[in-house]
Design a binder for this molecule. Structure first.
Ligand code: NAD
Length: 319
């Protein structure tokens, strides 16, 4: 078994690798070659969450689990709030193959999913990127989005405005003008990414213009919510996995309110394999409900393991 620690991941897996690996796993899901096991998520008290996301990708030969969670006190200790590790197993024998640091991989695979959705669903001429959120994931989201569209500027809102300058620095690195705005001005955006841990909607239908693409990435647990249910029901909704979207994703609230049902939500993989057209008009609002699936974690961890083996990196404990 190879141990690939967190400190090695940045040198092994690029955003481009993550984009390709996540795209392949969405395709395998759409073809019925890969599936996720039910998510386990438990509250540990004090706002801490811990859980397991797992799955089997027969096409890629990947079986495994990501164990991890959210620890809101970590930032004060100089650690990021999300902590996770990915374990890969041989799908034929069940023997352990690798243990891989999952923190950077989570950020890369989450940003990749959002960028794949933008790539496939946003209008090609999109120029203004709107960001709702400015925590650890937000910078990764902004960088990945900038790889798939030629944005001219970034507008951003966050419930904690003091966090926005850090996101502004990422925009500056990319050469993009950055402006902190009230939510009403999200109407200027062609693409909006939401990436907060909010328990209640902040982005309302009135804040979004026709033709916008939204990648809603923050809601990955029952009880979280970033956007008004009317915004979800008024959009064409896509997701990584429908079962997660209606239970732990952004769509859970519109489903509970009886505004939409699971049958109206399209897996993004269906767009990737050409089974669904994706965006149908320039005025349609498209919304990607990115809940984060275990197969994404396995896909990027497998890249890290392959690269580490090629370069003789990591610690082989010989099991
Ligand atoms: P973070 O702790 O670094 O940042 C939290 C963000 O949420 C900040 O923008 C903060 O201002 C905002 N926020 C915090 N408390 C809030 C509240 N009570 N109401 C409204 N907003 C609040 O977290 P992060 O690592 O950037 O993650 C952001 C979200 O993305 C989390 O909900 C996390 O679980 C989720 N996430 C989703 C996936 C996925 O695959 N979909 C993957 C990783 C993280």
């Amino acid at each position: 078994m190879l141990i690939v620690p967190e400190a090695l991941i940045a040198s092994l897996v690029t955003p481009e690798d993550a984009f390709r690996a996540v795209e392949a796993c969405f395709v395998a899901m759409a073809r019925g070659e890969a599936y996720n096991f039910p998510v386990v998520r438990e509250a540990l008290g004090g706002g801490r969450q811990y859980g397991f996301k797992s799955g089997l990708d027969r096409a890629a030969g990947q079986l495994g689990v990501k164990a991890g969670g959210y620890f809101p006190g970590n930032a004060e200790k100089g650690l990021i709030n999300h902590q996770s590790s990915v374990f890969l197993f041989d799908p034929d024998t069940g023997r352990p193959v690798a243990m891989v640091g999952g923190n950077l991989l989570t950020a890369l695979r989450t940003a990749a999913a959002s960028a794949i959705a933008i790539d496939r669903l946003a209008r090609p001429e999109a120029e203004v990127l709107g960001m709702v959120g400015a925590g650890h994931q937000a910078g990764f989201q902004l960088r990945a989005a900038a790889r798939v569209r030629r944005f001219r500027r970034v507008i951003a809102w966050n419930p904690h405005p003091e966090m926005l300058p850090r996101l502004g620095a990422v925009a500056a690195e990319l050469g993009l003008p950055f402006e902190a705005v009230p939510l009403e001005r999200m109407r200027e955006a062609d693409v909006v990414i939401t990436i907060t841990s909010s328990p209640a909607a902040s982005l309302m239908a009135a804040h979004v213009s026709p033709g916008t693409h939204l990648s809603c990435m923050g809601t990955d647990t029952r009880g979280k919510q970033e956007v008004e249910p009317a915004l979800v029901s008024g959009a064409s909704v896509f997701t990584d996995e429908v079962a997660q979207s209606v239970t732990i994703g952004e769509a859970q609230h519109a489903v509970t309110a009886g505004l939409i049902d699971a049958a109206s939500i399209t897996p993004l993989g269906d767009v990737l394999i050409g089974a669904h057209a994706g965006r149908r008009s320039a005025s349609e609002i498209t919304l990607f409900d990115g809940t984060g699936v275990g197969l994404q974690d396995l896909a990027v961890a497998a890249v890290a393991v392959d690269r580490a083996r090629e370069r003789g990196l990591g610690v082989d404990v010989g099991v």
